[in-house]
Write a protein that binds this ligand. Sequence first.
Ligand code: C2E
Ligand code: MG
Ligand code: MG
Length: 562
Amino acid sequence: MNDDRRLEFLKLFEKLISVMTFPDRFVREELVDALRNLSKFFRLSKGTTEFFRSISDEKSGVGEILTDYDEGPADFIAHQRRIVSPMGTVCKVTLYMSNDEKRLSEEEIAHLDVVARSLISFVTRNRLSNAVDRLSFYDEDNYPNLRYFFRHIERISDRNALFGNTLIVINCRQFALINRDIGRAAGDIVLRRYYEIFEDTLGDKGLICRVGGDSFTILCENDMVNDITRLIEGIPVTYDEEHEKRVMVSSCAGVYPLPADISPEHPGEIFGPVYALSQEAKLELGQPILYVNRAYSEEREKAAHIRHRFLEALENAEFQAYYQPKVDVRDGRIIGAEALCRWFENGKLIPPGDFIPVLEQNMDICLLDFYMLEMVCRNMKNWMDKGKDLVRVSVNLSRKNLIDADLLKRIVDRIDFYKIPHDKIEIELTETKTEVEFNRLKTVVTGLQEAGIWTAVDDFGVGYSSLNLIREIPWNVLKIDRCLLPVEGDSEEVTRLMFRHVAAMANDMGLKCVAEGVETKEHIELMKENGCPIAQGYYFDRPLPIEEFEKRLLKGFYELDK
Ligand code: C2E
Ligand code: MG
Ligand code: MG
């Protein structure tokens, strides 16, 4: 090679290197062009590049083969270079010549080898970065994943263009059942089709990625939201075209129209709350789609405040036991009371409806329940010490306590510590949601029963009270919820009928029957007619501070004909 030729080679090689150096600005045509010029320079007739993910792939011939140049008869291999990368991938460049061309000199082959090695290193790097992309941004079933979604949000956020978009997280309902009914393989097809229906509907106006399992997340322009919620509410999805088999799929979702001032440090900041909302929607039977709005944000702030303050409030003794009398409607005697929790924060009352559900989201409620039990025992001990007659007091226990293996022992310990007669304490529990919980409930109630402590099933008639609940578990008391008492003014015959049957059933099963939320004379009449002897409600009194309640106890009864 003379100097001119060397110089020409350097120019062509430099062009190739510049095309390959910046992969993000890479244009395939430019690469092909640079390679063509070099091939001509070396009198080649054809050049191929092969890429295999592993040596065994190479052996079985499974890989990518690109022909970079093909301009004549490939009579023999003029040069070949094969490199195995440290990751185990194989890249091979093969260069052919026609018999008519002059053979390459040693020097030319040395130069050509430099080209081949550069090309191999470029192809390997390029392929690996694609592979890393695939591994990072797609999940094992080849759906774009949350990282992909976050990168998308970051790009839009970078352009300050998030406003005008809505973030949605959806959870399929009962997908486990679909899997069970039609089989896992068909279930996978349903999930993929379902995803594709969203993807097609969104077009270039949004993106859908999989969060995991049967949960997806969407970012779309606001004007797509109606179309998307319609899909969420339920659509038929075909999984076997030949036999026209399809299933209905519906989801629940959290929906967040992004506000104008949105600029998250990290996409997780906006995704997190919507995801949490979608989980809540799963539990909320009547409301499959929940929206992030001002009311919702305020609610969350309140809940956060409650969680944050709770332990401190316990220590500061901000909680008090109020007592609501239970009255025998036949003679007006006070036969017991329910202890209900009241929280005074800086003298301001927070109603239990605000804080109990929040504390029930974790185990905090158990601390409160035992605090209440303790307080009730202490008050009763006080009455005993003053020589007063005791009435039975009931204490509410959240279902959350059921996972405590020592629950029974802890309750008995507390009552015995204050030497309260067991039959003067009643524990109120509500129905359970799962079978495991049901079995635990049965064990605990049976244990309390054996210890002589009274038990009551609370809120009977709310939700889906099952007959098993009262047939299989040995309760003393059934508390009929106030939703089974007729509301004044309306002639709710069905409610009356239900009340009658529940009361009759309780009596047949030997359970004492208590009606909650008794507010009117009419309610009292209904109770008398149907053999429900005990009333708790505003008709007699609201839950009272202890001093007030003690006054009522001193008198011992209510006038019935007021
Ligand atoms: P609950 O155990 O069913 O208690 C009865 C609720 O009905 C009480 O509400 C009571 O004030 C209310 N009530 C009684 N009579 C009437 C009436 O005539 N009309 C109406 N409209 N309402 C009446 P409260 O005190 O607001 O408590 C609400 C719920 O909070 C309780 O329902 C109970 O589930 C829970 N709770 C209260 N204290 C505790 C506690 O210490 N531990 C646990 N786990 N839950 C508690
Ligand atoms: Mg109760
Ligand atoms: Mg109740």
